[in-house]
Ligand binder design. Structure first.
Ligand code: CA
Length: 433
């Protein structure tokens, strides 16, 4: 799985790629869709290197790619990356190797490619794919337990959890790029003692620390993706914030699960980190002797987890300093990327290139690893006190939430996911009131 592109000694002629702490060294090479801020330029694919973006349309026009890498690079010139996602791992790998060599110190093409760099601070981003369908899973047992203790304390971890990765079909139309304002949604809620529900702005606005998975080649309707082949159908991972209205969720969710509490907005980071870039950060799946044996279609000796550190930061309204609310790792998730793809297609359900899967809120076993305010405040009951003295149960108007993801391992280059952020703005006037 490891190859020359993972060599920690590689250096780029883009000097900022060597800056300590950069998310985007030469060993990462994540994709985005971008254009210069405020311009009417066409959206096109880009690749992060240091604090710049390699403009794939400009680089392709130079003719610096050949054979399979050229075919892949051509698809990355488009306004969405669906075409690149559809090509599959051989083409992705060929393009990654070509990019690694072109951006390496001493590459003869460096002088030409210098003109294809756009500073990240001068860019704006779009969601990288036309997303046909979005499915959000529930793969963290620690989130399931913490949330279960609030919603159904008598049976915190539901009996199906360790038998299958469960999920629900979300709303692709409201997946938005990081930075999109989060308008406090209206919804129907019922206080425990109230005789009737009410309709109005949610008082339980929360975030969820998740990763998103962009589907690569899909599967025809009526076919399934085998667990051991499933990663070939995963293009890459991004940060994902599944904004949630807890009071709406508590009232509406039984018996069918999330609906209006989740579909008002889902934020994704601009950068998609490929599975190949994540190869050095594979770790064994968390399993205990007491866990039930997986059914054969969910059983594999090969499938692994990824150690991706995930952080959530809050900047309260009126303040400038962010406070870190949680720090965990995706390594704690019970079900992997491959399990989600295998489960989703196990009944013959077709996936398409550019479909988005969410991992569900990622929490770890220790205090400080809770991936949402629902867990951190026990359903809004135990207020968090921030260093400034400000308290929070759920999010207030003006609050900003920022997610980060980073992979670190001794002997390898540190790579990151950039940021996924959003600021809460007051509820829009409700036309139905
Ligand atoms: Ca979620």
């Amino acid at each position: 799985m490891l190859n020359e592109t993972h060599d920690p000694g590689l250096r780029s002629w883009v000097l900022s790629a060597q800056q300590p702490g950069t998310d985007f060294p030469l060993q990462n090479l994540p994709y985005c869709v971008f254009r210069r801020s405020g311009s009417q330029e066409a959206w096109r694919g880009g690749v992060a290197i240091g604090d710049t973006i390699l403009d794939m349309a400009a680089a392709y026009a130079l003719g610096v790619f050949s054979s399979l890498a050229a075919e892949a690079a051509q698809t990355a010139c488009a306004s969405t990356l669906n075409g690149l996602m559809a090509l599959g791992p051989s083409a992705w790998s060929a393009l990654r190797l070509a990019l690694s060599r072109l951006l390496r110190d001493g590459a003869p093409e460096a002088a030409q490619l210098q003109a294809c760099l756009v500073a990240q601070v001068d860019a704006e981003y779009a969601v990288s794919a036309g997303i046909g369908d979005y499915t959000d899973f529930f793969t963290s047992q620690h989130h399931a337990l913490n949330a279960g203790r609030i919603f159904q304390p008598q049976n915190a971890l539901l009996p199906n959890f360790k038998w299958l990765p469960i999920g629900y079909h979300g709303r692709a139309s409201t997946v938005a790029i990081s930075g999109t304002a989060v308008a406090r949604p209206h919804g129907q809620t019922r206080a425990p003692e109230a005789a009737a529900p009410r309709f109005g702005p949610t008082q339980g606005l929360d975030y969820e620390v998740e990763l998103g998975i962009f589907v690569g080649p899909g599967n025809p309707q009526g076919t399934s993706i085998a667990l051991d082949d499933a990663e070939d159908h995963a293009f890459g991972l991004c940060l994902l914030n599944d904004w949630s209205a807890r009071d709406v969720q508590a009232w509406e969710s039984m018996p069918l699960g999330p609906f209006m509490a989740k579909n008002f907005l889902t934020s994704v980071s601009p950068w998609i980190v490929t599975l190949e870039a994540l190869a050095p950060f594979r770790v064994p799946l968390p399993r205990e002797a007491t866990d039930p044996p997986a059914l054969p279609y969910l059983q594999s000796q090969q499938v692994q987890a990824f150690d991706i550190q995930l952080e959530a930061w809050l900047t309260p309204q009126g303040e400038v300093h962010a406070t870190r609310l949680s720090h965990t790792s995706y390594r704690h998730a019970y079900w992997s990327v491959a399990h989600m793809l295998a489960q989703h297609t196990s009944n013959g359900c077709a996936l398409l290139p550019g479909d988005l899967l969410g991992t569900g809120t990622q929490s770890g076993p220790q205090p400080g690893e809770e991936g949402c305010l629902l867990e951190l405040t026990r359903g809004g009951q135990n207020l968090l006190t921030l260093p400034s003295g400000v308290q929070r149960g759920y999010l207030q108007d003006g609050d900003s939430v920022l997610l980060r993801g980073v992979c670190e391992r001794a002997g390898f280059a540190r790579i990151g996911f950039g940021e996924c952020h959003g600021q809460i703005v007051p509820a829009r006037p409700a036309i139905y009131l």
